[in-house]
Design a protein around this ligand. Structure first.
Ligand code: AMP
Ligand code: GLY
Length: 417
């Protein structure tokens, strides 16, 4: 990179996670985002190229002399965007297609976990629905409950935790009906415990874990209703001790990176481990190959200087420099469209009152229509507040949420409670 100008970063994506990434990176670099959204346009130069148009993205990278690309969502990673960028000689923060299968295929992910000796739920893989049902009937007869998972990407709708054999059988049919995503099913033992998310940035060998976050996956208060992409998060998570983090790094993060290296794959990006703290320690439910949404909004709000340099170093395969961490707490509450995670309407007018400096309104699904802000997705906004304690951050986030209005807006009222 020429030393007479700031680092120029392209962020790929258009959600709340990408808004948080652009906001944070813009403190240390010049940021371009494709395609972005209305909120991102306030902190970055947005260019309307969809994330699956690799050709146009590569042209943009060349024309704008981009130094580093940070890929937000999993889809372009699973289809090889990071490989294409590296082949063009540009640094990319995000794993290549081979490693991205950790998220793209749950069957592959479980097989890799098993090879690496990562603690995870026992499982079996099925293509045939009847064979899956017969296995489920044996398990429920033994008193073991199952989580039924579509192996492919089902946009957050691919996991059914079945309390009864009947629910398991229905779940198998539901996931099979998804088509390609449900072609292969993973049936795994249901684990009991509290969940947490660990986002670890890596150059393939060295790791640096960002502060732990806790996500709220269900749509309604009290963890009721269907799963969503995530309705809120907070960080830090007091009950996840430094010992639990160290154990997770040792048993879940490092072994999978080592197993990938044995296959000639150097993972340069963020490895998001979805974990459950069971009576026998942390077990890995899944890996994602990208930052979490809305974990990122809370986690990045707790970082000081050094984030952009750390991502660049990971992408370059260099030692990871320190990132400054703040002690304060962050709470993020998502405002979603009526009907989400099912069918929802777009194009609702959004009114936002200005808020104080320690509150950030990250845009998840918004666009400007003739200068007017409108909803443009299932999750519309993510309100992140920081304060010395979680309780104060929670109060501030909900105060700010009261200043936001759009038709049918829904949010959980128990985030961080
Ligand atoms: P996943 O996409 O695999 O993380 O699953 C989505 C959600 O389903 C997780 O966050 C858990 O709440 C739940 N889940 C997945 N696997 C299991 C399991 N083996 N036992 C209990 N709950 C699970
Ligand atoms: N919030 C969970 C995820 O990003 O997958």
């Amino acid at each position: 990179m020429p030393n007479y100008r700031r680092m120029r970063i392209l962020v790929v994506g258009s959600g709340g996670r990408e808004h948080a990434l652009c906001w944070k990176l813009a403190q240390e670099a010049e940021v371009i985002c494709a395609p972005g959204n209305a909120g991102i346009a306030e902190v970055a130069d947005t260019v309307n190229i969809p994330t699956n148009n690799f050709h146009s993205l590569l042209n943009l990278i060349k024309e704008r002399e981009v130094d580093l690309v940070v890929v937000g969502p999993e889809d372009p990673l699973v289809t090889g965007l990071a490989d294409a960028i590296r082949e063009a000689g540009v640094l990319c923060f995000g794993p290549g297609q081979a490693a991205a299968q950790l998220e793209g295929s749950k069957a592959f992910c479980k097989a890799m976990m098993q090879r690496a000796g990562v603690p995870t739920a026992d499982y079996r893989v099925f293509i045939d629905a009847d064979a899956a049902k017969s296995y489920a009937s044996t398990k429920y007869a033994e008193g073991t409950k199952l989580a039924i998972k579509a192996s492919g990407n089902a946009l957050g709708k691919g996991v059914i935790v079945a309390e009864s054999l009947q629910e398991a059988e229905e779940g198998i049919d539901t996931l099979k009906a998804l088509g390609e995503a449900g072609k292969t099913l993973v049936l795994e033992e249901k684990l009991e415990g509290k969940e947490f998310s660990l986002l670890t940035i890596t150059n393939g060998l060295d790791i640096f874990s960002l502060p732990v976050a806790q996500d709220y996956k269900r749509i309604f208060d009290g963890d009721q209703g269907p799963n969503t992409g995530g309705m809120g998060t907070f960080s830090p998570v007091e009950w996840v001790t430094p010992e639990i983090v160290a154990q997770t790094e040792r048993e879940t993060v490092l072994p999978i990176l080592k197993t990938l290296r044995e296959d000639g794959i150097e993972y340069r990006g963020v490895l998001f481990s979805g974990l459950m703290q069971t009576s026998s320690g942390p077990k890995c439910l899944e890996y994602n190959v990208r930052f979490g949404d809305p974990e990122t909004q809370s986690v990045l709000s707790r970082l000081g200087r050094g984030f952009a340099d750390a991502l660049r170093a990971c992408a370059a395969g260099e030692p990871i420099p320190e990132i400054e961490l703040y002690e304060h707490a962050a709470v993020t509450v998502v405002a979603a469209s009526a009907g989400y995670p099912g069918e929802y309407e777009k194009g609702k007018l959004i009114a936002i009152e200005p808020t104080e400096e320690s509150v950030h309104i990250f845009h998840a699904g918004t666009k400007l229509n003739n200068g007017q802000l409108e909803s443009n997705g299932g999750r519309v906004l993510a309100v992140t507040a920081t304060a010395p304690t979680q309780q104060e951050a929670r109060t501030k986030a909900y105060e700010a949420l009261k200043q936001i209005h759009f038709d049918g807006m829904q949010a959980r009222s128990d985030i961080g409670a």
